[in-house]
Design a protein around this ligand. Structure first.
Ligand code: F0G
Length: 457
C-alpha cells in the first residue's frame, strides 16, 4: 500500500534553536534594516526562506567526510575525491574548484566576455548577468514565451526559445557570442526545468554556429528529477544517467555547490577546452587559490564529494520536489497567485497579481516580502523590479514578472514549519489591499537589491 504523506527521508540528529519575536520587535528590525530584508540580522528571522543557497543541512555522512578533509596545499586526497565525484556526474576534462558559483562566472566571463559581446541564456541569474555586464558584454534572456507567463502549465517552462536563439546566432556569429548558457533549473523564471529535448536543440544550434554551450547547473538534480517525471520516455532512467546526458550535451558548466550539491559553500567551473581551461586556471590562481582547492578547504571538498552522491538519490529528490509542491499547492488552494507549476527549490508568489493596486515601480514584491516578515518572521526575497529594474544606463524599466520567492533550504525545515508559512501567507493575502508600495531612498548602481533602503509610499 502507498501512503500519501511524503515524509522527510531523514530524522533529526542535531538541532538549531529558532528565536521567537513579536510583531513589534520585527517592525523595529525592519526599521533598522531600512526595509531591506538582506540587512536583517538572521536571529531576528523565524523561518528563513531568503535562499536555498548554502542554507541546507548537511548529512551525518557529510560531517563524517569532513573529518577526512586533508588540508594539503596541492594535490590533497580531498581534491581527488571531489574530482571523482564531480566527474562521475559531469565528465568534463577540466574541473576548476571555486569558493562559489559567481567566482566561476567571474573567471569565465573575464576570459571570454568583453565589450560588444553578447551572452544568451534562458534567464540569467542576477550574479551571472552582473558578471557578464561587468565585462561590458550584454546578457540576453531568451526563455520561451510560456516561461514569462506565470500561469502557463508548460512542463518545461525553463526551456530556451530555440528560434530566437537561432536568429540571434544567425545575426551574430562566434566573434560576438562567446558562449550560449542554459540555467537548470531556471531560477529567475520560477525554478522551472529545462527538458532534455530542449538541451539537445540548443546543442544542435550551437554546433551549427560553432559556438560553445555551457550549463549553469546549480539545480541540476532537481532539473533531472523533473525530466524523469515529466519528459516522455525518461521515467525509468536513473537520475544519474539523466544528469550525465545533460552534461554530455554541453561543453562546460558553472556550478554553485551551495545548491543541489548540498554544500554550505563551494562551486566549480568545468569545461573541455584546454586553452580556455589554462586561461581560467591562471585567473583562479590570481584570486581564488591553487587549482586543487580553488577557494575551498579540503574538508569542504570532501563534504561536496559526499553531497553530490546524496543529491541524486531518488528518495531525497522525491521528497524535495514533493515538499516544495506541497507549499505551492497550499498557497494556490488558498487563492494566492503563485507561479505554476511549482518549481524545484522555491515557490514564487506573483506579487503583481496579488497586489494589483501597487504599480511595478512601487515594488509590489518588496511590499509583500516586507509584509510576510512583519506578520510572521518569514524572510523571502523579491525577484522583480528591485532586482532587475535598474538598467545599465540608469533608467528604470519594470521587470517581466514581480515575484516573491520562498526558497526552501534543503533538508532544513519540517512540514509543520511549512504549515506555519502557509498560515502567515494566507493572513497577509487576506489583507492584501491594505499593503502599500515602496520607494527607494538610497541605492548603489550594482546589485541594488542587496543594498537599497526603502520607505513606504
Ligand atoms: N546561478 C544561479 C542559477 C544561481 O541561482 C546562483 C545563486 C548563482 C548562479 C550564483 O552562485 O551564490 O554560489 O555565487 N543563487 C542564489 C539564490 C544566491 O538565492 O538563488 P553563488
Amino acid at each position: 500500500m502507498e501512503f500519501k504523506t511524503i515524509i522527510e527521508p531523514f530524522r533529526i540528529h542535531s538541532v538549531e534553536p529558532l528565536v521567537m519575536t513579536t510583531p513589534e520587535q520585527r517592525r523595529e528590525a525592519l526599521k533598522a534594516a531600512g526595509n531591506n530584508l538582506f540587512s536583517l540580522r538572521a536571529v531576528d528571522v523565524l523561518i528563513d526562506l531568503l535562499t536555498d543557497s548554502g542554507t541546507g543541512a548537511m548529512s551525518r555522512d557529510q560531517w563524517a567526510a569532513m573529518q577526512q578533509g586533508d588540508e594539503s596545499y596541492a594535490g590533497s586526497p580531498s581534491w581527488f575525491r571531489f574530482l571523482e565525484s564531480v566527474q562521475d556526474l559531469f565528465p568534463f576534462e577540466h574541473v576548476i574548484p571555486t569558493h562559489q558559483g559567481r567566482a566561476a562566472e567571474r573567471i569565465l566571463f573575464t576570459a571570454i566576455g568583453g565589450e560588444g559581446k553578447i551572452v544568451p541564456n534562458n534567464t540569467h541569474f542576477d550574479t551571472t548577468r552582473a558578471n557578464v555586464e561587468y565585462t561590458r558584454a550584454s546578457a540576453v534572456d531568451l526563455v520561451i514565451a510560456e516561461g514569462r507567463d506565470s500561469q502557463s502549465m508548460h512542463p518545461f517552462k525553463g526551456n530556451m526559445d530555440l528560434e530566437a536563439l537561432d536568429a540571434l546566432l544567425t545575426e551574430h556569429g562566434p566573434e560576438v557570442v562567446p558562449v550560449v548558457f542554459v540555467t537548470i533549473t531556471n531560477n529567475s523564471g520560477g525554478g522551472q526545468p529545462v527538458s532534455l529535448e530542449n538541451l539537445r536543440g540548443v546543442r544542435a544550434i550551437c554546433d551549427r554556429h560553432g559556438i560553445p554551450f555551457f550549463l549553469d547547473a546549480c539545480r541540476f538534480a532537481e532539473n533531472a528529477w523533473f525530466i524523469k517525471q515529466r519528459e516522455p520516455g525518461q521515467s525509468d532512467r536513473d537520475v544519474r544517467d539523466i544528469v550525465r546526458e545533460m552534461a554530455s550535451l554541453a561543453d562546460g558548466m558553472t556550478m554553485s555547490a551551495k545548491k543541489d550539491p548540498l554544500g554550505n559553500i563551494g562551486g566549480w567551473l568545468a569545461l573541455n577546452d584546454d586553452a580556455l581551461a589554462e586561461q581560467c586556471r591562471n585567473l583562479l590562481i590570481l584570486t581564488e587559490g591553487f587549482p586543487t582547492y580553488g577557494g575551498l578547504a579540503g574538508r569542504d571538498l570532501d563534504a561536496l564529494a559526499q553531497g553530490l552522491r546524496e543529491a541524486v538519490q531518488h528518495d531525497y529528490l522525491s521528497y524535495r520536489i514533493r515538499s516544495t509542491a506541497y507549499l505551492g499547492e497550499a498557497l494556490a488552494n488558498a487563492g494566492i497567485p503563485v507561479v505554476q507549476p511549482t518549481g524545484g527549490h522555491a515557490v514564487y508568489i506573483d506579487a503583481a497579481a496579488l497586489l494589483p493596486h501597487i504599480s511595478p515601480l512601487e515594488y509590489p514584491g518588496q511590499a509583500l516580502a516586507i509584509a510576510l516578515y512583519e506578520a510572521g518572521g518569514i524572510r523571502s526575497v523579491e525577484i522583480g523590479s528591485v532586482m532587475f529594474g535598474l538598467q545599465p544606463d540608469g533608467t528604470e524599466v519594470p521587470a517581466a514578472l514581480e515575484l516573491v520567492r520562498l526558497a526552501i533550504p534543503r533538508r532544513t525545515y519540517t512540514q509543520s514549519h511549512i504549515d506555519y508559512v502557509i498560515e502567515v501567507c494566507e493572513s497577509v493575502a487576506q489583507r492584501a489591499d491594505e499593503l502599500s508600495g515602496y520607494r527607494i531612498t538610497s541605492t548603489k548602481r550594482q546589485m541594488r537589491h542587496f543594498t537599497a533602503t526603502f520607505e513606504p509610499v
